[in-house]
Ligand binder design. Structure first.
Ligand code: CP
Length: 314
């Protein structure tokens, strides 16, 4: 695999291999005073973010640094993009400056795909990783969510996972729905009709409009952020109605099975889609997701820049 642009780039075997590799990196770093592996020494990794981020950008930077790569962070606001430079010229400039990997977040769906096409040079050119493109995909988020579910539940195959909330604007929902299905989970999307995308009938999922009906039967619930910034000022149902009907309250937490786990990709809108007491409860795996995000991104960078067949050079 040259790039990671979509979870459709992953098979059951390759996705499971990345989850296993992430856990090998976690083990290799455990108890070390200096968290530094030589794995990517001499490689240049560039994060290129045209949208804000805390978790994804930081965890890619930590992942690269823990593997001794040179990590350069490029943000739209501090680059020549703010002077009107095109996406293509920016990408070609970063390739010419020596990028071995470009980690791209962009508000336009398909931006990472286009950059991969533009910067390809036969078999050369940087590896491109999609770190979130518009409402399309966020593949490393789905991988870290899958790793968290596997750790909390013991396995993924046969488990029932509810993805709840603003599916329409969520790249996390799409990537999770397809990856979890590849890994053998049963996925139910829980959302108001107004926050479901056209074409959802072709996704490998079932759809429900009742959170209360679904909660007792699921092994995991993945709460989504309501993405007001993509709603052009309109929000239906109203925030209050949404919170009452689809918010994960303390009362609703009590409807889950004893073993069930709560995920949220962050950033969380506490009091809106998830109550503070739920986000901070032992059932919630929010910070475990963040930690797993570093190890998953180590595995992805390693897989793309070195290759997995020889095993992790730890
Ligand atoms: N989950 C996620 O993508 O968070 P950030 O926007 O902070 O990177």
């Amino acid at each position: 695999m040259k790039h990671l642009l979509s979870v459709s780039d992953l098979t059951l075997e390759s996705a499971t291999g990345l989850l296993d590799e992430a856990e090998r990196f976690e083990q290799a770093l455990l108890g070390r005073e200096v968290r530094k592996l030589p794995t990517l020494r001499g490689r240049t990794v560039m994060t290129v973010f045209f949208e804000n981020s805390t978790r994804t950008r930081v965890s890619f930077e930590v992942a690269g640094k823990w593997m001794s790569a040179d990590v350069i962070n490029v943000s739209a606001s501090s680059s020549s993009v703010s002077k009107g430079e095109s996406l293509r010229d920016t990408a070609m400039t970063l390739r010419a400056a020596g990028a071995d990997a470009l980690i791209v977040r962009h508000p336009a769906s398909g931006a990472a795909h286009r950059i991969a096409e533009w910067t390809a040079d036969g078999d050369d050119g940087p590896a491109v990783i999609n770190a979130g493109d518009g409402t399309h995909e966020h593949p490393t988020q789905a991988l870290l969510d899958a790793l968290t579910l596997r750790q909390r539940l013991g396995s993924i195959a046969g488990k029932r996972v509810a993805i709840v909330g603003d599916i329409l604007h969520s790249r996390v929902a799409r990537s999770n729905a397809f990856l979890l299905s590849t890994l053998g989970a049963e996925v139910v999307l829980v959302a108001p009709p107004t926050l479901l995308p056209v074409g959802v009938s072709s996704w490998p999922v079932t759809v429900s409009h009742s959170l209360d009906a679904e909660l007792p039967g699921v092994d995991a619930v993945l709460m989504l952020r309501v993405q007001a910034e993509r709603m052009n000022g309109g929000f239906f149902p109203s925030p209050r109605e949404y919170s009452i009907t689809y918010g994960l309250s303390e009362k609703r937490l009590g409807m889950l099975a004893e073993h069930a786990v709560v995920l949220h990709p962050g950033p969380m809108l506490r009091g809106m889609e998830i109550a503070s007491a739920v986000a901070d409860s032992p059932k919630a795996a929010v910070l475990q997701q963040v930690t797993n995000g570093v190890h998953i991104r180590m595995a992805v960078l390693f897989g793309l820049l070195v290759g997995t067949e020889e095993g992790a050079a730890l």
